[in-house]
Design a protein around this ligand. Structure first.
Ligand SMILES: [Zn+2]
Length: 374
C-alpha cells in the first residue's frame, strides 16, 4: 500500500500530499501516532513493543496473542495470532478502528497538526524508550540542542504566512493585531509537540499545538535558543497544557543571563519587559523599541547593548512584588553607566488576578476605545 498514491483535500484549502504525511510520520515516529490515536486501546502493548499481550480487537482483556513489532516506531505494525499480521501502522489502524484508508490518513494528518481543529489535547503516555533526558549541557548536548533549534525554527512559518492564522488570531485576541513582527525574530510553528514530565520522570507527549516561537539572543546578540508559547488552535488564548510558555534547551550553557528577545532594532532609547506580549504592548504604547527578557530573573540580569543611553523597564505589577524587585535590582546594577527609568502599570491589581502588566493596560485601552466607538 503506497501512501504517495493518495492525495486529499484538507479544510485549509491546501491539498495535502500523502507523501508529506508519510514523511511527517517518519520524523515523528509511529509510537507517537499510535499513542495519540489509539493509546487507550493499545496501552499495554505500546509500553512493551515486541512483548505479547491481549488483542485489542478480538479478546479484550483476556489472552496474550497480540504484540506490536519491536520496530513499531519505524513500521507501526503488529500481529495477532487470531486476527492476522498488520505490516504497517496504516493497516494496523484500519483493523483497529475499521477506518477506510483515506480516513486513516485524515486521522494521522489531524494528529500531526495538519488539520488544526482536530489536534487531540488528551494525554498520551510515551513508552519508556521515548523518554527525554535532560542533563547539564555538554558539547554533545549543545550540538543536539542546536540541531533541534534549527529543525523547529525551519519548520515554522513567517507571521504573514497564509497558514500562520493561529498566531494572528492570538495577537488579535490580545489586542495586538496591529504590531509589526519580524520573521527573523518571531514565527509560528503550526504543530509543535508538547512534552510533559510526570512525577516519575517519564516524558509524555500531550499533543501538538500551534506555537509562537521567539528567538532569544545572548547579550552579544547571537541567537541562543527559542521561547515557545503554545496556543489554542483557534488562537483564543494559550493552549490548555501545564506550562504553555517554555524555553527550548539552549545551544550554549550559562549564556542566557543578559539575553533577550530582540523584537526591534535598538535605538539610543530602549525598553525592556518580562513577557513577549508585554513588550509588544509597551512598544505600541510608547513607540520605542521594547525587548522581552522572558522572565523576571532574566530581566534582572539584562545586559544592554553598547550605544544605549536610556533604558526604560516596563515592569510587571504583581502581588508577590517580584517584577518590581527585579526592575529595582537592574536599575541599581546599571546606575552609573546609563539612565534607567522604571514604568509601573497604573492602578490596582484587579481582584482575582495575580498581576497587572502593560499588556493588560494596552488591552483595557483597546476595549475602552472600542466601546466608545460602538
Ligand atoms: Zn486478535
Amino acid at each position: 500500500m503506497s501512501l504517495s498514491s493518495i492525495v486529499f483535500t484538507g479544510p485549509q484549502r491546501r491539498r495535502l500530499e500523502a507523501a508529506e504525511i508519510q514523511a511527517s510520520v517518519q520524523r515523528t515516529g509511529w509510537l507517537f501516532v499510535l499513542s495519540a490515536l489509539a493509546g487507550d486501546r493499545l496501552g499495554p502493548a505500546l509500553k512493551r513493543p515486541g512483548r505479547h499481550g491481549p488483542c485489542p480487537v478480538h479478546n479484550g482483556r483476556h489472552g496474550d496473542g497480540f504484540r506490536l513489532f519491536a520496530d513499531v516506531d519505524t513500521t507501526g505494525g503488529g500481529i495477532c495470532a487470531t486476527c492476522g499480521a498488520f505490516s504497517d501502522g496504516l493497516a494496523l489502524l484500519q483493523w483497529l478502528f475499521g477506518w477506510s484508508f483515506p480516513e486513516v490518513l485524515r486521522q494521522i494528518a489531524a494528529v500531526l497538526g495538519y488539520l488544526p481543529d482536530a489536534v487531540p489535547a488528551r494525554a498520551v503516555r510515551m513508552p519508556p524508550g521515548h523518554r527525554l533526558t535532560v542533563r547539564d549541557t555538554t558539547d554533545a548536548d549543545a550540538q543536539r540542542a542546536r540541531s533541534q533549534l534549527h529543525r523547529v525554527w525551519s519548520e515554522a512559518l513567517s507571521p504573514d504566512h497564509p497558514e500562520a492564522e493561529p498566531l494572528r488570531r492570538y495577537l488579535a485576541w490580545r489586542g495586538l493585531e496591529s504590531v509589526a513582527l519580524d520573521a527573523r525574530v518571531v514565527r509560528l510553528h503550526p504543530a509543535l509537540a508538547y512534552w510533559h514530565g510526570d512525577a516519575e520522570g517519564h516524558q509524555r507527549c500531550l499533543g501538538r499545538f500551534p506555537a509562537l516561537l521567539a528567538r532569544v539572543c545572548a547579550a552579544d546578540g547571537r541567537a541562543l535558543t527559542l521561547h515557545r508559547t503554545y496556543l489554542r488552535a483557534d488562537g483564543q488564548g494559550k493552549a490548555e497544557v501545564p506550562c504553555p510558555r517554555k524555553l527550548m534547551p539552549a545551544a550554549a550553557s550559562g549564556a542566557l543571563a543578559g539575553g533577550a528577545i530582540r523584537l526591534a532594532a535598538p535605538d539610543r532609547m530602549l525598553g525592556i519587559a518580562e513577557g513577549l506580549e508585554t513588550a509588544l504592548a509597551a512598544a505600541a504604547l510608547s513607540g520605542m523599541p521594547v525587548w522581552s527578557c522572558v522572565s523576571a530573573t532574566l530581566l534582572e540580569r539584562f545586559q544592554p547593548p553598547a550605544g544605549i543611553e536610556q533604558l526604560t523597564v516596563w515592569a510587571d505589577r504583581d502581588r508577590s512584588g517580584a517584577g518590581l524587585r527585579a526592575a529595582e535590582r537592574l536599575r541599581i546594577r546599571l546606575s552609573g553607566s546609563i539612565v534607567v527609568r522604571l514604568a509601573l502599570p497604573p492602578g490596582p491589581i484587579p481582584d482575582g488576578a495575580k498581576s497587572l502588566d502593560w499588556a493588560d493596560v494596552w488591552r483595557q485601552r483597546q476595549d475602552r476605545s472600542l466601546s466608545r466607538a460602538a
